[in-house]
Design a protein around this ligand. Structure first.
Ligand code: UDP
Ligand code: MG
Length: 351
């Protein structure tokens, strides 16, 4: 409960940004925006702030960092506001609850004013210094410059192999051709971002969406360091959900597979029926055959349930999209007054 009172406190930074017009004028000049989603990263906010401030100092043109607090229950949000109080180039968005990494990225992108926008994780596994290399490629004319992890350090064999299996599955079942190491760490040009912002689906697999919109893309290899502090915030459940979103929102292949399997099973059972009928007509007595019967029945039921499950996954997603609820609810945005709010976004307070 203590965190709750901290979160609802009036931040001291407010006094620094009390004139929205000044803020809006500054927005026009911003060239680089960095979007960082964070969930319970209180041990990293300070170090991340220092490294990002350094990168912003090195960039020749005006820049901003948009920190998105994805419903943290620790001190992440107050620490973000502290960072902002010291350096107003840091903007903060705070969600009313945990909406998930992909949605947090979306909220940051919705608010970004830059001509080049960078997305990076908040645990320093996406080295902020790589931004310079991305910017160099952007200056060469690439509209999307994504990082490709070369060696996934600090990851278990199980996680590595499921990840590579998932990307293979993704490539065969969808049009997404992203290599296994290409994640959310990337720089995108304003034009690509405007295209991305037109995709307002609720079930979001952001890296696939970049692939889907097209544009001129370039991959930069990098070696991710260990997480700066704490444990990964992606639970096994959240990862599974992300994987399902990735495949189901970019492919109808599971539906078509269900049809194929259903057809094959129907043909098999038709053949079996014919043979049973034949045996009957030939006067063979068929009381034995209990095993076959049980096998066929349970196999049939199993297939039907799987197919129903696949249908259910799609119907559930259709239901969510039809409701067209906001993709996220931001309890507050700090330093982003005057920025347009796209469809399916709810901003409660802009300060
Ligand atoms: N994250 C988030 N919301 C979530 C889960 C994670 O904003 O529901 C953030 C997290 O704080 C981190 C980034 O997303 O900045 C990547 O998460 P994590 O490091 O746990 O994932 P991994 O590196 O294991 O893929
Ligand atoms: Mg991480």
């Amino acid at each position: 409960m203590q965190e709750l009172t901290l979160i609802t406190q009036e931040p001291p930074a407010l006094a620094l940004v009390d004139d929205p017009r000044i803020e809006a004028q500054e927005d026009v000049a911003i060239v680089y925006s960095v979007v960082v989603p964070m969930l319970n990263e209180q041990g990293t906010v300070g170090a991340l702030g220092l490294r990002l401030a350094q990168v912003m100092d090195e960039l020749a043109e005006p820049s901003e960092v948009i920190l998105v607090d994805d419903g943290s229950t620790d001190g992440t949000y107050p620490l973000m506001l502290e960072l902002r109080a010291r350096d107003p180039r840091f903007k903060v968005i705070s969600f009313s609850r945990n909406f998930g990494h992909q949605v947090a990225i979306t909220a940051g992108l919705d608010a970004a004013a830059g001509k080049a926008i960078v997305i990076m994780d908040g645990d320093l596994q996406h080295p902020p210094e790589l931004v310079h290399e991305m910017v160099a490629r952007w200056n060469e004319g690439y509209e999307i410059v994504y990082g490709v992890q070369v060696a996934r350090t600090g990851q278990s064999f199980a996680k590595r192999s499921t990840a590579s299996l998932f990307y293979r599955l993704l490539r065969v079942s969808t049009q997404i051709q992203a290599p296994a190491g290409a994640g959310d760490f990337r720089l995108v040009d304003r034009s690509a971002l405007e295209a991305f912002k037109a995709l307002r689906e609720g079930n979001r697999f952001v890296r696939g969406m970049w692939d889907w919109i097209g544009f001129k893309q370039f991959g930069i290899p990098y070696t991710p360091p260990e997480r700066y502090e704490g444990k990964p915030k992606y639970s096994a459940r959240k990862l599974l959900r992300l994987a399902l979103d990735g495949i189901l929102s970019f492919s109808n292949l599971p539906l078509r597979a269900a049809l194929t399997v259903g057809t094959v099973v129907s043909l098999l059972s038709f053949a079996l029926g014919l043979s049973a009928l034949g045996s009957r007509l030939l006067g063979q007595h068929l009381v034995p055959g209990w095993t076959t019967l049980m096998l066929v029945t349970s196999f049939g039921i199993g297939i039907q349930l799987i197919v129903l499950g696949v249908l259910g996954e799609y119907i559930g997603r259709i239901y969510e999209e039809v409701k067209a609820r906001p993709i996220y609810i931001a309890r507050a945005r700090h330093g982003l007054v005057g920025r347009a709010v796209p469809a399916r976004a709810a901003i409660v307070d802009d300060v």
